[in-house]
Write a protein that binds this ligand. Sequence first.
Ligand SMILES: [Zn+2]
Ligand SMILES: [Zn+2]
Length: 670
Amino acid sequence: MSEMFKIKLPDGSVREMPEGSTPADVAAAIGPGLAKAALAARIDGEVRDLNRPFEGDANLALITSRDEKDALELVRHDFAHILAEAVQKLFPGTQITFGPATDDGFYYDFAPAPDRGPFTEEDLPAIEQEMRRIIAADEPLIREVWQREDVRALFEKQGEAFKAEWVMELPEGEPITMYRSGQGEGAWIDLCRGPHLASTGKLDPQAFKLTHVSGAYWRGDQNNPMLSRIYGTAWLNKKQLADHLVRLEEAAKRDHRKIGREMDLFHLQAEAHGSVFWHPNGFIIWRQLEAYLRRRLDAAGYVEVKTPQLMDARQWEKSGHWGKYRENMFVVPDEIPNPEEEGPVITGTGDWMALKPMNCPAHVLIFKQGITSYKELPIRLAEYGCCHRNEPHGALHGIMRVRQFTQDDGHIFCREDQIVEEVQAFGDLLDSVYKDLGFDSYAIKLALRPDKRFGADAMWDQAEGELRDAVVASGRATPEYGWEELPGEGAFYAPKLEYHLTDAIGRTWQVGTMQSDRVLPERLDAAYIGEDGEKHRPIMLHRAIIGTFERFIGILIEHYAGKFPLWLAPVQAVVATIVSDADGYAQEVLDKLQAAGLRAEADLRNEKINYKVREHSLAKVPLLLVVGKREAEEGTVAVRRLGSDEHQRVLSLNEAVATFAAEAVPPDLR
Ligand SMILES: [Zn+2]
Ligand SMILES: [Zn+2]
């Protein structure tokens, strides 16, 4: 007699299922609709195949396309397998390696057969067609448990050198799962942890697109063979794919590198990989943003500091960054270069210093000057801290991912009883800053303890609880704020709150953070004198609102597509003449605008007005004041607003200046 397992469903009901039965059987027993819709199963929290038998009593949640995050991950993984199967069917002799799901799809790395070069974009349509054929064939995807030696033997027989190498690095004796698609002669098999959908026909053949091909080294090491990486984007249905493709197109139009050129904001060049050359126009945006943030921080009780760029390597050892961060730090010898002709310029015997990759230790060193009483806490230190991190050239991206960046950094040193209040006040400040900067929507996530971490569980329970309490107390632990807890994603020394902005085209960007840290004050021996006269460790709250100026300005450019609100726009108004007779009047208009504090220019060139309009529109100037003979006589200006359908509006000069000056006031000063 077979044993019966108790399978508990999310609604609390329990079903008795005989040994050998599967989540698919439960779905079928509930109803044919669910049997069809079910994609996989969550068993005691772990996502598994629908056809994998229960191993005992279990909590079961069936995953359908309504569980979008899980469903997307599953289908993207399936598409990667189908891509590999299709490529091997079409191009015999191609070796497979790995192919994970990505944020918007999947990729797979192949070693092309020796007689053909790397794959190109021209190969993609045929591969897509073959993938659709495999989906139409509705091949079952079957999980099998193998022994390591057998897997190696199979891959060696098939000429799969990469997979054979890899499998021998998996722990010996542990069973390995293989997934077989199709049956009999035509079956295709790959090493995979799973899970997978029950069959290829569960995928929507119209919900994916192969997008591009690039080179990638085997295991990311440039001493290894170069592989061909084929990328695709994949979704649950055709509409999601279409929406995504529109988003990509829209994102390309908003690319901050393109708009940065059109508006003459900044440039990058190889002589300073990953460091930005800010042009006057771009630095106006920076200065406006910095001045705005400074006013907000001053009002919120922060004090601003400036700390050294270079510090002795031993200081970084103490703080723990040397061990963990060494490869990302720029190191400089503390030595006077040899002025003589002979011998090396740098002997290498001097002490090592490093450019700071972060400001935290320096702020602790400021805190440690003198004796601090509990009555002085909290102390909120802010710094527009310029930091350097060494990133590979390939990882750099415009001004969004750079090697020199300036953070809107800050550290709050406080007592335990002040944490919740401080975190809550920070959340309120951040909320209002994001709204001022034009972001109506953002999500708050709590990243919880990772597997590898410092400190006892009790410390983590407390630290996570404090951050959670602060968000709950502010009323933002709601779906409207995308509130979510992310197990395992905290830093190794502290849990953190993450703030993710949603931009105008629905993309999300993590910019703000708040971490409560009990480790660094301990490592660097920071203390305050408590009410009891004893020494106590302060808590250190690491916090940032915009993250870095470079990346945040990149986000602003793409969010606004360069059409900045007036207070941030580099050039706010251009006075353009229709005829040279109006030059004198144009100068008068310009003087009045500038006297009212507006960043204005005059365009007196002998060009057609339509030409001038086009040029200033491309440069995203928000206000164009057109003046001709009539405006000069009547003391008016004809105003064209960037991106407005309204053709133009005639205003008296005084009214125009007053209106624009009011509109250009930063949001916190209105
Ligand atoms: Zn797989
Ligand atoms: Zn910090």
